[in-house]
Every structure is written in C-alpha cells, then in structure tokens.
Design a protein around this ligand. Structure first.
Ligand SMILES: [Zn+2]
Length: 219
C-alpha cells in the first residue's frame, strides 16, 4: 500500500513534481522545463514519476494538474493554453505509458480545491480560486468538490469577454480559443507584458517598479 502521493503540475513553461508523505508533508520537489511537445511531455512526466517512485515508494499514487480540461465524454484535452495539448487523450496516454491509473484534473480546480481544503479558504462553502500565469484559469469549489459544469470548464473565467469595452478599443485582440477580447488576452502574464512593453515580450518583471515611479496607486 502507498503511503506517499505524487502530485504533478504541468504549466505552460515548466513541469513540477512533489511527493507528499502520509502526514501531507512535502518530501520531494523537482521542477523541469516543459518541452513544449506532446510526446516530450509524456516522456518527461514518466521520467519524473520513475525518479520519484525510486526515491519514495514504487506504489505512490499520481495526480496531475493540467492547464486545460479533460472532456468527460471524449476524454480529450480542451481549453489548454498550451494549445498542442488540445485534442490529445492525455490522461489515457499517460496511464498507458506509466502502466497504472492516474488522476488528471484541471490545474485551477486542483489549486482551488487545495485552498478550500487546508489553505486560504479552509472551511468556506463556496470558493473561487484564480490562477494568473502564462494563462489565466479559475476553479469553483462548492462544499469541498469542484463545480465542473456540463462542459468541464465552469470556473474558466479567462474566456469571458472584457466588459464595458469602449468603441475606440476595437478591434479586440484575438484569443487562441477563437474569440476576441477574452479576459485572458489582457490579464495573463504574457498579455500584461505585451500591453506594457509591446508584442513578443513575456516578462512582467518591473511593472510594479514603473507603477511606483509614476506615482500611480493600485487597488
Ligand atoms: Zn479566449
């Protein structure tokens, strides 16, 4: 029987694995770059799991958070900002390559559930958790369970349109989801960098310094 649990976070630019012991303490943490290809991702996740199994317990269970949703009907990934993940049977392929069952869930749902369980929102009945990174995600937890909705994307607020757009702000920027003017095109890290420094920039470091130099106030 396993007394360790492995959690893997797949982000737009990195993959991180942690191992928790029976008390929920982190006993191992390892981060590598996301290779940016589907086969590369499967093989890198397998390497991380094999290594963690060697260093903890070969029966440690595995849960994976991905920047997208696994469609409950088709089993294919959708709504991922790492767009090469979309349309792939990631959960099934990962189980095949590892040879045992794994749980795959939207990363924002994982984050929101974690905060609702023993984090900033512990004890609250309804929790909305927000992730701002290379994309923009959200998860809704009601009484300790993710509220996924009919299409498994209930908390994904990044693809709702920016409200109160002025006429002179059209045309709105195109989003990978096919729509224009999604919140994600303004508020995720790369979008903030682009509106601050211009197209192609990805770093947001320095925005806070510039704001304080100009004497602006936030909030
Ligand atoms: Zn969108």
């Amino acid at each position: 029987m396993s007394d360790y649990r492995l959690g893997i976070d797949i982000g737009g630019t990195k993959i991180e694995i942690v191992a928790l012991d029976a008390e929920g303490q982190v006993v191992l943490r390892h981060r590598v770059s996301n290779p940016g290809t589907y086969q590369g991702l499967l093989s890198d996740v397998k390497k991380l799991v094999d290594d963690a199994h060697t260093r903890t317990n070969p029966y440690a269970t595995v849960g994976v958070g991905i920047p997208g949703a696994v469609d409950a009907h088709t089993r294919l990934v959708k709504n991922a900002n790492a767009t090469w993940l979309n349309g792939q049977p990631f959960a099934d392929d990962l189980q095949d390559i590892l040879g045992f069952p794994v749980r795959v869930e939207n990363d924002a749902n994982c984050f929101a559930l974690s905060e609702a369980t023993d984090g900033a929102a512990a004890g609250r009945h309804v929790v909305f958790g927000v992730i701002l990174g290379s994309g923009m995600g959200g998860g809704i937890i009601v009484d300790g369970k993710p509220l996924k909705g009919l299409h498994d994307i209930a908390g994904e607020w990044g693809h709702t349109p920016l409200p109160w757009v002025r006429e002179d702000e059209f045309p709105m920027p195109k989003c990978f989801c096919g729509n224009s003017g999604c919140l994600e095109r303004f508020l995720c890290g790369p979008a903030l960098a682009e509106s601050w420094k211009g197209a192609g920039n990805r770093s947001v470091q320095g925005i806070d310094a510039e704001i304080s130099q100009k004497g602006c106030t936030s909030g």
